[in-house]
Design a protein around this ligand. Structure first.
Ligand code: C5P
Length: 215
């Protein structure tokens, strides 16, 4: 069905010194199921670019990265050949301005670590989007979730945004279940809270319907 499916998954890990890093609680489970089901459904060859995770799918072209900058390079190497790109990775928004080659010494009661913004990989992919290419993003929001989702959809030129409502009842990150909304330029659909394999299946159903509409 597709010539090349490109999926980004997992957290990114931003090194501070040889033993310390910044990261987040993404498990990579949703991305794993997305890749696994693409293979199972025979949707096309999958390139799976992932940050550090224990969930590694079989039967895909696997590219393991650590930082956002490495993930960006890996995505850019394949994006032009992909007709569907799913950016399910939880990219660290910031990294340490400086990499300290020697382990930072314990010193005063307070230290200041200066952070610098990482590139927005999905925004860049949106800017270079080809006609017919489907671009899918994820978002985790805690307030004004639909307004923020619509803004993101437009800014990043997405065909579909999988919106996690992050709350005490639905942590989303690190949980095995998730409650999401499928946000498209033409409307929003709420899915029941379900296992992440179920979320992945619903996302592929939605992508198949978008691909059918595109031609
Ligand atoms: O703007 P926000 O971070 O909420 O957007 C989330 C979406 O953008 C996700 O699909 C995520 O993978 C992607 N993203 C990215 N590069 C970043 C931050 C987020 O590709 N630096």
């Amino acid at each position: 069905m597709f010539k090349r499916i490109l999926i980004a998954s997992g957290p990114t890990l931003e090194s501070i010194d040889p033993v310390r890093f910044l990261s987040n609680r993404s498990s990579g489970l949703t991305g794993f199921h997305l890749a696994d089901q693409a293979r199972e459904r025979g949707l096309g060859p999958v390139t799976f670019v992932t940050g550090p995770t224990s969930f590694l799918p079989q039967g895909v072209d696997l590219v393991q990265v650590e930082s956002a900058q490495e993930m960006r390079a890996a995505m850019n190497a394949v994006a032009a050949q992909a007709d569907v790109i799913v950016m399910a990775a939880a990219v660290s928004d910031y990294r340490s301005l400086k990499y300290y080659p020697e382990k930072l010494k314990k010193s005063g009661e307070r230290i200041v670590l200066e952070l610098v913004k990482n590139p927005d990989i999905l925004l860049e992919l949106g800017r270079r989007k080809r006609p017919g290419q489907l671009l899918v993003g994820f978002a985790a929001e805690t307030e004004d979730i639909f307004a923020n989702a619509q803004r993101k959809l437009e800014a990043k030129r997405l065909d579909l945004l999988v919106l996690n409502e992050v709350s005490a009842d639905n942590p989303a990150f690190g949980d095995v279940q998730n409650q999401v909304y499928l946000v498209r330029p033409d409307g929003v659909r709420r899915l029941e809270r379900m296992g992440k394999a179920g979320v992945a299946a619903a996302v592929w159903d939605e992508i198949a319907s978008l691909a059918g509409r595109a031609g």
